[in-house]
Design a protein around this ligand. Structure first.
Ligand code: PNS
Length: 183
């Protein structure tokens, strides 16, 4: 196989990094991954380990849920990273950061992040995709709030995530539907 100057395989195709907290993953995120796969040969879903941000699920729990969801999708690689995103991207053969935009309110935060990443690595672009109209109101934060208060989040996050949320918030999980972390 042909190699580039760094000794990497040239024929590995187009790769995008889709970074985020994914605490927890929602169908809004999944929609971005699926549409990303229409453009890229591979999407690396990279879960940020941020010790300063309090998360509901540990990074291991988030990894297990996401890996479980994409277990039959070989062109989605699930990983986690600590530190700067640009440093993590540098260890991969990705040239593009993929992010979803739900509303104009997301724009300022995303614009600052993309600009900072671009200033840290001028070869790196961020590609924004509009979240599908079915999920534009879905965020991990609101999912957690609704689930904590006993509201229904079915259809907005995978079933496995619904169950893990119920367990976290000590809400009843139908016995028949109890499954392991990796199911
Ligand atoms: O899902 P989120 O919380 O909006 O994702 C934000 C994330 C994880 C993509 C962002 O905070 C990030 O890239 N963190 C890694 C640290 C970093 O590189 N910071 C500088 C970018 S401004």
């Amino acid at each position: 196989m042909a190699k580039n100057k760094k000794g990497e395989d040239k024929d590995m195709g187009k790769v995008a990094i889709y970074p985020g907290s994914f605490d927890p993953i929602t169908y809004g995120h999944i929609d971005i991954v699926e549409r990303g796969l229409e453009i890229f040969d591979k999407v690396i879903l990279a879960i940020a380990e941020n010790e300063e941000k309090r998360s509901l699920f540990s990074v291991e729990e988030r990894l297990r849920m996401v890996k479980s969801f994409f277990k039959d999708t070989p062109n989605v690689i699930v990983d986690s990273f600590k530190g700067l995103l640009v440093d993590y991207v540098g260890k991969t053969n990705a040239k593009v950061i993929l992010r979803g935009l739900r509303a104009t309110s997301d724009f300022e935060y995303e614009f600052h992040m993309a600009s900072m990443n671009r200033s840290l690595n001028t070869h790196l672009d961020t590609l924004f995709m509009m979240t599908s109209k079915d999920y534009f109101f879905v965020s991990s934060r609101t999912i957690k709030e609704v689930a904590r208060l006993g509201g229904a989040v079915e259809g907005l996050v995978p079933d496995l995530v619904v169950r893990r949320l119920k367990e976290k918030f000590k809400l009843p999980v139908p016995r028949k539907r109890q499954i392991g972390w990796d199911d």
